[in-house]
Design a protein around this ligand. Structure first.
Ligand SMILES: C[S@@+](CC[C@H](N)C(=O)[O-])C[C@H]1O[C@@H](n2cnc3c(N)ncnc32)[C@H](O)[C@@H]1O
Length: 228
């Protein structure tokens, strides 16, 4: 794996480099001795299956190329741009310029995003501690997790309100997690923050026990908001 990632890192074209890193990342679980079937990283005592790694890397790359090709054909009549940014500061998007927002923010305290991706993040050279500190809902078991989450979601809501056009809608998927023994009704809390940010609340759709396997979240909701 070192040979593959070192060669990828030596590529100059940033797009090709990122593309190959995704293919590389998709293989890591299956060629390491982490147990499959678990979100978080659990180590197997059996040695890692090291056979056909180059072949599997090239198959993963070919599959991604096919998918990218299909996507570009499907999107050929539209102007699709994928922008990467932090939802708390999307200053690269103009005021009143967006027709619809559909967003799925992190599940406060319920899903350990950095832990789930630890293997890939480590191989790709990310600073795990920095990510935990800076992503919305990171450091999920600390006493101040809810306060940090609300502060960050408030920033994101103000940005969404800024970029949305008048009379247009914003749809937010949100779950109600348990943090340190207390259930947090995020559907109610985020609704209040959204109204304070200037949105009109239109309706709430209940999605039921969508994430019950997480054990920490019993229900999930989609909040529909409008900017007047
Ligand atoms: C519930 S998941 C949404 C997953 C998404 N529906 C998908 O299919 O990829 C929440 C995502 O928000 C990301 N996230 C955390 N902090 C963020 C931030 N400040 N800005 C944008 N996204 C963030 C997390 O990394 C995670 O991938």
């Amino acid at each position: 794996m070192h040979l593959i990632i070192n060669n990828i890192n030596a590529i100059n074209d940033p797009y090709a480099k990122d593309f190959l890193k995704v293919a590389f990342s998709s293989l890591l679980r299956s060629v390491s001795n982490s147990k499959s079937g678990f979100g978080n990283l659990m180590i197997n005592k059996q040695p890692a299956p090291k056979e056909r790694i180059f072949e599997r890397f090239s198959l993963a790359t070919a599959r991604m190329l096919r998918n990218a090709n299909d996507f570009s054909k499907a999107a050929s009549n539209s102007d699709v741009k994928v922008l990467n940014g932090d939802s708390r500061n999307i200053s690269f998007i103009e005021d009143n310029s967006v027709d619809l927002i559909c967003t799925h923010p992190p599940y406060m305290a319920a899903v350990p995003y950095v832990e789930y991706q630890r293997l890939s993040l480590w191989w790709l050279g990310y600073d795990l501690s920095y990510l935990e500190d800076n992503m919305i809902g990171g450091r999920r078991s600390r006493p101040d997790t809810p306060q940090r989450f609300f502060r960050d979601m408030n920033r994101a809501l103000l940005e969404m309100k800024r970029v949305l056009r008048n009379k247009k809608y914003c749809c937010i998927t949100i779950g109600n997690p348990t943090h340190r023994g207390k259930m947090w009704e995020l559907n109610q809390i985020i609704k209040r923050y959204a109204v304070d940010a200037g949105f009109t609340f239109i309706k709430e759709i209940r999605r039921g026990k969508y994430h019950s396997t997480m054990g920490k979240m019993k229900e999930e909701f989609v909040l529909i908001l409008r900017k007047e």
